[in-house]
Design a protein around this ligand. Sequence first.
Ligand code: HEM
Length: 143
Amino acid sequence: MLTFLSRGAAAALLALAALAPAHAADDATFIGLGGKPGIKIIVDHFVARVLADPRIKETFSESDMKHVGARLEEQFCALTGGPCVYGGEPMKETHGGLKITNAQFNALTEDLQMAMEEQGVPSSVQNKLIAKLAPMQREIVTK
Ligand code: HEM
């Protein structure tokens, strides 16, 4: 009986050990961005760059950027394995009527990259976040 129990315990430990590295890897990008405080700083600088960027700033003239920033923080946190739930609108619904072009999408991505660079985020981590956002291009670009 004792042998049986300890085998069971050993199996449970092995299963946990197998899960642990996978979990650690899952939030590596979130950690690389500096967790929630790091993401907040990145989003603040990103939003400031977007609002100063002559290629895209007009698109945001009617928007509540405090709200957009808060949704971006949730979205980046959730996408990178952090403990957050995205509570905003689906990308297609939010952007559908805005007639966004590929050039505008690229401009915004560049602003995000520069905000991350400015905060010293390693380029491997920058690329992970950009790769998570890339599939959204087909939902956001409609022109
Ligand atoms: C990967 C690229 C992008 C991501 C992840 C993204 C994400 C978001 C998020 C999370 C919101 C808030 C949604 C909500 O209110 O529930 C939002 C809103 C908005 N986005 Fe994007 N966006 C992207 C690209 C763009 C681009 C390229 C433009 C235009 C140049 C743009 C223009 C806007 C505008 C104007 C709003 C506010 C809409 C409103 O006032 O209701 N977005 N975006």
